[in-house]
Write a protein that binds this ligand. Structure first.
Ligand SMILES: Nc1ncnc2c1ncn2[C@@H]1O[C@H](COP(=O)(O)OP(=O)(O)OP(=O)(O)O)[C@@H](O)[C@H]1O
Ligand SMILES: O=P(O)(O)OC[C@H]1O[C@](O)(CO)[C@@H](O)[C@@H]1O
Ligand SMILES: [Mg+2]
Length: 480
């Protein structure tokens, strides 16, 4: 049975959504002074250690009479820890799709364990969850990981599927692993929650700590996921190329497909950053092709006005339309629905539309840079972000917290229980200011009639959105 949420309440409607701790199910645990107290680099920092009562609010925009609301435990080093350095045997695994920054996170977990806490036993699990029981491990030291942050991908390899709870926890138990660091998206963190439950059921002194990863930025609660800034930056190259091609031809159209299975953050931010895009399509915003107010009418209008146009389409956009043309549905090894190629489909539809208009010949170039974007190393700001996430995660694990992810909430590092992020996706809210900014920057129609608009307005606004203008991980600006 899933863990009960660990909730603490206080005055004026204060709620702490806490994370589990080893002491919740184990007694007589030894407590040790944090080795950072004796580390010359950190011991001089005033207030380096986090007060055990420090918490971070989930909502920062409040009205005068609002209750204080939900808070998360602030991440960071504690005065005391629940592991002695020579007792720790840690492992790191990366699961799901690739994302810029994976290697940086691996590097910084290893370096934090070695350099901050004096830990010397860290294993890399090869090839995602199934690597726990089907492959040899990789010994990780600061030397091994020294320059991996300059490379894309993950040196550990990754995979989908293969989550076998018993085999994974048997492997953890047999190897004497007591800190499990799991880097991955929503599916991975669901798997991490299952591992945590099983470890607890077996009464093992082993913490499970997650670092959320997804290039799509669709993890709930947190400000944004690592690698997202890099992806938006890299997408500019494809959009620029599409623009150059489109501008150089009569009635030139450049179509760029970007990632975003359920949420269009990469497409939205890449479009806003570029200013060369005339139409951005995302999964959250339905559209239609034919007739008055439809996409094809807009394309025609834009070409007549400007002679060229650039379209950015997120891979999850318009899936219901593409499905009509091709009804077969398949799933990947993790059970995620495989998407139809909306970019190719859209390009074909536009070409077919203009083929019947002899007086308006077009030149359309379709660019799919999706895997090129995902495979690059993280940029400077993501490297710093990854470092903070990794260090926070190690501090939490050493302090005995378990069943948590480290995540940035309003620019502050926090520990968030798995349960808060596995059941919800972060989506672009199309009745929110950021999407309005996009519509006004591209001049595209919203494709929504008054009836559909009011339906969308009725939907509850999710509690988190990407920080406004959030290009740096440490930004503390409010919601958009
Ligand atoms: N409900 C679940 N319970 C246990 N394990 C799961 C669950 N969902 C997914 N997993 C496992 O987590 C791993 C990664 O899942 P998935 O392929 O969905 O990627 P992800 O972590 O969501 O990342 P992304 O979607 O960003 O690529 C897989 O090995 C999969 O078997
Ligand atoms: O082809 P793969 O490796 O399964 O990954 C594709 C999916 O992974 C993601 O990049 C998320 O990690 C999605 O945007 C995309 O749909
Ligand atoms: Mg996922």
């Amino acid at each position: 049975m899933a863990d009960q949420a660990k909730i603490e309440t206080g005055d004026y409607g204060y709620v702490l959504e806490d994370v589990p701790h080893l002491a919740d199910y184990l007694s007589n645990l030894n407590i040790y002074p944090n080795p950072l107290r004796f580390n010359p680099a950190y011991s001089v920092v005033k207030q380096y250690f986090v007060d055990c009562d420090d918490t971070v609010p989930e909502k920062v925009v409040v009205n005068k009479n609002d209750p204080r609301g939900v808070h998360f435990r602030r991440a960071g080093p504690r005065q005391n820890v629940f592991f002695s350095p020579d007792e720790v045997h840690a492992c790191i695994v990366t699961c799901g799709g690739l994302c810029p920054g994976l290697n940086t996170v691996i590097r910084e977990i290893v370096c934090a364990l070695f350099h901050m806490y004096g830990v010397t036993r860290v294993l890399g699990i090869d090839g995602g969850y199934r690597g726990f029981y089907s492959k040899n491990t990789i010994t990780l030291t600061p030397k091994v990981v020294n320059d991996i942050h300059k490379r894309g991908g993950t040196i550990l390899g990754s995979s989908r599927g293969g989550h076998d709870k018993s085999k994974i926890v048997d492997s953890i138990q047999d190897r004497g692993i007591n800190q499990v660091y799991i880097i991955g998206g929503d599916g991975t963190q669901k798997g991490a929650a299952v591992i945590y439950e099983e470890i607890k059921r077996r009464g093992l002194k082993a913490v499970v700590a997650g670092i959320p990863k997804t290039i799509d930025n669709d993890i709930a609660v947190i400000d944004k996921s690592f690698g997202f800034d890099t992806a938006v930056e890299e997408a500019q190259r494809a959009i620029n190329a599409a623009h150059v091609e489109a501008e150089s031809a009569e009635n030139g159209i450049g179509v760029v497909k970007l990632m975003g299975r359920y949420s269009g953050f990469i497409a939205m931010y890449a479009t806003l950053a570029s200013r060369d895009v005339d139409l951005c399509l995302i999964p959250e915003s339905p559209f239609f092709l034919e007739g008055e107010g439809g996409l094809l009418e807009y394309v025609e209008k834009r070409l007549k006005e400007n002679g060229h146009m650039v379209i950015v389409v997120a891979e999850g956009a318009g899936q219901e339309l593409v499905a009509q043309a091709n009804s077969a549905t398949a799933k990947d090894a993790s059970g995620n629905k495989l998407l139809k190629d909306v970019g190719m489909w859209l390009a074909d539809k536009i070409k077919a539309h203009f083929a019947s208009k002899q007086h308006m010949p077009i030149t359309l170039k379709y660019i799919d840079p999706t895997y090129m974007i995902r495979a690059v190393p993280s940029n400077a700001s993501d490297n710093i972000y990854c470092t903070l996430l990794a260090q926070s995660c190690v501090h939490g694990a050493m302090a005995g917290f378990t069943g948590f992810i480290s995540g940035l909430v309003h620019g502050r590092q926090t520990y968030i229980p798995f349960s808060r992020i596995v059941d919800h996706h972060n989506n672009v809210v199309i009745t929110d200011r950021m999407w309005a900014r996009l519509l006004s920057s591209t001049n595209q129609p919203s494709f929504l009639g008054p009836k559909e608009l009011s339906e969308f307005q009725k939907l509850e606004e999710p509690l988190t959105q990407l920080l406004e203008g959030g290009t740096t991980a440490t930004s503390t600006s409010g919601k958009n």
